[in-house]
Write a protein that binds this ligand. Sequence first.
Ligand SMILES: Nc1ncnc2c1ncn2[C@@H]1O[C@H](COP(=O)(O)OP(=O)(O)OP(=O)(O)O)[C@@H](O)[C@H]1O
Ligand SMILES: [Mg+2]
Length: 236
Amino acid sequence: MSDLMIASGIKKSYHEAGGELHVLRGLDLTIREGETLAVVGPSGVGKSTLLHTLGLLDTATSGSIIYDGTELSSASERHRARLRNVEFGFVFQFYHLLPELNALENVVLPAMMRCTVFGWSRRRATLRARAEELLDDVGLSERWTHKPSELSGGEQQRVAIARALVNEPRIVFCDEPTGNLDEKTSDHIHDLLWTINQKTGTTFVVVTHDETLASRCDRIAEMHRGKIESVKSNRQ
Ligand SMILES: Nc1ncnc2c1ncn2[C@@H]1O[C@H](COP(=O)(O)OP(=O)(O)OP(=O)(O)O)[C@@H](O)[C@H]1O
Ligand SMILES: [Mg+2]
């Protein structure tokens, strides 16, 4: 497996009334293309901060992120936005679906945002068909006209996973994807993530407190005091 993302010396601090809060303290982590990588650690250690930093939803105070051979800290905002929209996908604990849109519209949205007005009118049918196919893949073909409030938590997370995949990203960043679901529903979501990983080779970085989920990943990175303390392989 080749290295897809190499984060070195990542520091991230927040300004607080009483001074600086140093969350990431010179963290190093390499993500390999095609792997499933779990990030674990106690609450408040900086896992979400790390995920947002790697996914370019937030910027590090200092350090280097090399993605696919390119240093991102000096990249233009336009380039970072393209990566966020096209190469990266995101799945959050509380789904973050738009309540006014139905399942299909939620899935299509990131694809639509990539298009110009002209491009959208030309590609609309194709992208809609792709969204329908993704909803079918996640087992929701019967429910794509439903709005989030009409779907269970597990179903909403399936929609969020389909949405994360619509632009065929190379990496999907998941922040406690099953943190709000019961055990059985979580198992279905885990199966879904592995099936996608196996079928498409998409890389998954999954922050989780769920030991079953972590144990099913190729590797587990353990965070402690703002750094990755150890990386353990679950494969021979
Ligand atoms: N925008 C912010 N401003 C100030 N402090 C923040 C901000 N975001 C996070 N923090 C603080 O940074 C620390 C790490 O937060 P983070 O959300 O990354 O932890 P976490 O490991 O994801 O925790 P959990 O497992 O509970 O989700 C916490 O002390 C948190 O309060
Ligand atoms: Mg968190």
